[in-house]
Structure formats: C-alpha cells, structure tokens
Design a protein around this ligand. Structure first.
Ligand SMILES: O=c1ccn([C@@H]2O[C@H](COP(=O)(O)OP(=O)(O)O[C@H]3O[C@H](CO)[C@@H](O)[C@H](O)[C@H]3O)[C@@H](O)[C@H]2O)c(=O)[nH]1
Length: 472
C-alpha cells in the first residue's frame, strides 16, 4: 500500500535480455514510487552488454533502485554451442543461484519480498529461507501466461508435436492457440527448451502471486479465466495482478547521439513515417532483408529502419542473434543503390535506436515490428498501429492477438518464420497501415487502447491498485 511501510525491501531478479531487463527496471521504479519500497534489482548480464549498460545507466537516473549486476556463469560445459535461447537462459539462471544466494544474504537490509521474472522461478525458494512472500513477474501478456501454466496439462493430453495438431489448442476460457502460433519452445518436444518451458510453467505456480505486464481492459476474458476456479483458476490458484503496461517512459535514454535522426523526424509531416525495427535480437535473412528494402522503396512511404546483419536460420526455424557485424557489413546486404534512391524518403540506422522516443514522435504513423511485448506496449502507448512481423519467442501469439483480437495490426499471409514474404506484399502492408482507410481505423482503435492503458496507471487505476494490493 502506498506509503505503508518505508522499510519494506523488494528484491527483484531480471534474466538476461533487454526484453526482460527493461520491464523489470520499470517494475522496480514503480515499487519505489507507488509502494514506497526500497528496491534492489539483481541483473544477470547478457551478451548485449553495451545496450544493456546504456539502459541501466539511463533508466536509473535519478537513482531510485539499487542495481547489482551478477556476473554471468560459465555454461559452456552445460549446453551445446547451438542450444536454443530458452535453454541457454534457463541453464544460466540455474547456475547463477549460488551467486544470487550469497548476494541476497550480503544485503545490508534483509529483503521483505522477492520478485523474479519468468526465467528466475528456480530462485523463488530463496524467499522461503527469509520467510518472505514471493512473486513471479511476466513481462508479457495474460494469454501467454495462460498458455504457459496450462502447458503441463497439454503435455499430458497432446501426444505428437503441437505444430502437427489439426485443431487449435484449447485453453479453458481463453482464445485457443493455433498450432502454428505456439511459442518457440513448443515447436519440438524433444528439444531441451521444451522441458525447460514445461518446468517453468509448473514453477510459476509456486509463487504467492503473479504480476503480468498487461491491464484489465486489454485482456478481460483471459484475466477472468485465470481467476475462475472452474477454468484456469483451478490451475493458477494464486492471485493474478495485471500491473502493466510496464514500459520505459519517454526520455529515459539520452539520444543526443541521434540528433540527426530527430532533426530529420521533425521535418516530416504528421504520422507519415514508418518505424521498422525487430527488437533487441530479431534479425531477417539476407533474402528477406532485400525484399523488405524493396517493399519499403516501392511503397513510397517515409521510414526509419534499424538494420542488423542478416541472420542464419536456426534449427527451430526462428531468426535470433545477439551478435552484430560492422555497419558496413549490414548495409552491403541492402539492394544496390537502395540508400541513394531512398535518401529523401527514409533513414537507415545501424543496430540500435531510441525506440520509445521515435515511436512517441508525432511524425511516426506506423511500426513494422517483431511484436516483442515491450515493443507492442510501446506502440500502443504512442497510439501507433503495427505491421506484425513475428520472428521468435511468443511473438506469433502476440501477432495473432494484435491482428485478430485487438485489430490494431496487419500481417503477411504466411508467417515470416515460415518463408520469404515478397516485396509486393510488403509494399501492400505498408500502404495499408500508412495510407489506407484500414490503417486509419486501426490508428483510432490503438488510440483508444492507449487511453485505457493510461487510465490503468492513473492513481487508483486498475494497474496502480493491483500493484498496491499485491504488495500490501
Ligand atoms: O533498437 C532498439 C531495439 C529495442 N529497443 C528496446 O528494447 C526493448 C525490446 O523489447 P521487446 O520488444 O519485448 O523485444 P525483445 O527484446 O525481443 O524481447 C523478448 O522478451 C519479451 C518480453 O518477454 C518478449 O515479448 C519477446 O518476444 C522476446 O523476444 C523495447 O523496450 C525497445 O524499446 C530499443 O530501445 N532500441
């Protein structure tokens, strides 16, 4: 409860990856400002160290929480070099437990509550040592949470591969999940990442409560199902607290190095620029990158494109990498003459851009996105409709929710992870969102969602109250 106990001390644990770190930092800040807690955040470092340091530095100024970086454990003997991302993060989070335990014990002020993200559930037991409440924070939506906690049941009833199922996967009280939309770890049941994910689905339920980066008005049916003892509530049992959207506020990152970009944006007409970016790790194949470049050029719409070195397709069909080549490598994958022909139309940015600040600029009118949940929330919070281009993790679920549920996104006929989407279709998607009536209707809908998200975080709004209740 606000101001209730100035000595309450929340300890948070963030797993590697900016998609986890950014919302965990925001949760930490809210615990200070809403609940008047002291907050310590343990961060498990990842390979995207440069971007991570920037986010850590800028998000915590003025300093509200203490941030302690745990050294990454060496897991090279424990996982294969080509192990899936979920396996790598799960094993890493298991291995850092001794360091985390010592670090918690060494804290000057003993913790009074422990909050871990979905990859940190094996550390929930530390809360029992201190006899304090424990929570899991899901930096994604309630539908994803529903699938994750229902997975141990699906594991018993579905016999073959989920992707081969003829019918959509039934989840009590929720929108069914199409077999082709399952999250990456469900793509192959013999892969270690599947076992890790099932395990996660069970472990989440050991918490005293689950915090989710969604809000009541965004997913009313799913949240109702999660609380209904005749539906998913039978499985979840613990209280669910929708505390979202938990996103980085505008201006938290210093973007003086991108002055050119913002000077350019300032000169463009209102809602005329498409922002193209695939999160902190999303990449396209060489061929898809060329088709995207052609599609953008043919659409004759203004754009800012964050370009990364094309990826090699991984075993599970997704494109994911946290490495990057030099800027010149990246640009050499673009069609010959692309930069010259589009110089009055668009900007190409290498590797990383201040996304929240770009999306909040009045000239931006569309977001071509991999649908990471933070990117999705940032788009909603800035009233920007999307072209949904899911690549890995739970992004196919997100894309379906955006395109078919909320109707604030358009998407390609085939999934981008299943084949190459051609330039003509990309041109059509861009024009739909930026020029056509369909795009205008989506912009109106996304603005309504923006208002509903803002309401959730006003004083006594649903998310504000949920966080206060969870921590009282
Ligand atoms: O150039 C960039 C790229 C990213 N970001 C920020 O980085 C975050 C990226 O988060 P998200 O959009 O969620 O993407 P991922 O980093 O890919 O997130 C992972 O974690 C999310 C939360 O669980 C999942 O929804 C995603 O599918 C999963 O890939 C967002 O805040 C972006 O604003 C930037 O500021 N600049």
């Amino acid at each position: 409860m606000e101001g209730r106990n100035a000595k309450a001390h929340a300890v948070l644990l963030s797993s590697p990856g900016l998609g986890h770190l950014i919302p965990v930092l925001e949760l930490g800040k809210r615990l200070v400002t809403v609940n008047n807690f002291k907050v310590t955040i343990f961060v498990v470092s990842s390979l995207t160290a440069a971007a991570e340091s920037q986010v850590l530095q800028s998000s915590m100024s003025p300093e509200l929480c203490e941030v302690i970086r745990l050294p990454p454990a060496n897991i090279s003997d424990l996982v294969d070099a080509d192990a899936a991302v979920v396996t790598r993060i799960a094993v890493l989070m298991r291995e850092i437990r001794p360091a985390l335990s010592s670090a918690i014990s060494a804290l000057k002020y003993p913790p009074t509550v422990l909050i871990v993200d979905l990859f940190g559930t094996e550390s929930l037991g530390f809360a029992d040592d201190f006899k304090i409440p424990k929570f899991v924070f899901i930096p994604s939506h309630a539908w994803f949470l529903a699938l994750t906690i229902y997975l141990p049941r699906l594991d018993e009833v579905v016999k073959g591969e989920y992707v081969d199922e003829k019918e959509a996967l039934f989840i009590p009280g929720c929108r069914p999940v199409q077999p082709e939309d399952v999250v990456d770890p469900m793509m192959c049941r013999s892969d270690q990442q599947y076992a890790e994910y099932v395990h996660m689905g069970m472990n989440i339920l050991m918490a005293d409560g689950i915090l989710v980066s969604t809000w009541e008005e965004l997913e009313p049916e799913t949240l109702a199902a999660l609380r209904d003892n005749k539906l998913l509530g039978r499985i979840s049992k613990v209280p669910i607290y929708p505390v979202g959207p938990m996103i980085r506020p505008i201006g938290a990152v210093d973007h003086s190095s991108k002055k050119l970009l913002f000077d350019w944006l300032d000169k463009q007409p209102s809602v005329s620029v498409l922002f193209v970016s695939f999160g902190s790790g999303g990449m396209l194949s060489n061929e898809q990158m060329r088709e995207l470049a052609w599609g953008l050029e043919l659409s004759r719409q203004r754009f800012i494109w964050v370009v990364r070195t094309p990826a090699v397709k991984s075993g599970d069909g997704s494109f994911f990498s946290v490495g990057s080549g030099s800027s010149n490598d990246k640009l050499s994958f673009l069609p010959e003459g692309f930069l010259g022909r589009t110089q009055n139309l668009g900007l190409v940015v290498s590797d990383w851009a201040p996304q929240v600040e770009i999306l909040s600029h009045p000239s931006v009118g569309g977001f071509f996105s991999h649908c990471g949940w933070n990117s999705t929330l940032e788009s909603i919070m800035n009233g920007v409709p999307m072209i949904a281009w899911p690549l890995y993790a739970e992004q196919k679920l997100n894309a379906t929710m955006l395109a078919e549920g909320l109707r604030i996104a358009v998407r390609s006929k085939i999934l981008p992870s299943k084949g190459i989407v051609g330039r003509e279709e990309i041109k059509m998607l861009v024009r739909k969102i930026m020029v056509d009536d369909e795009g205008r209707a989506m912009r109106a809908r996304v603005k309504e969602l923006k208002l509903s998200a803002e309401r959730a975080w006003t004083r006594n709004g649903s998310s504000w109250k949920a966080l206060a209740q969870a921590m009282c």
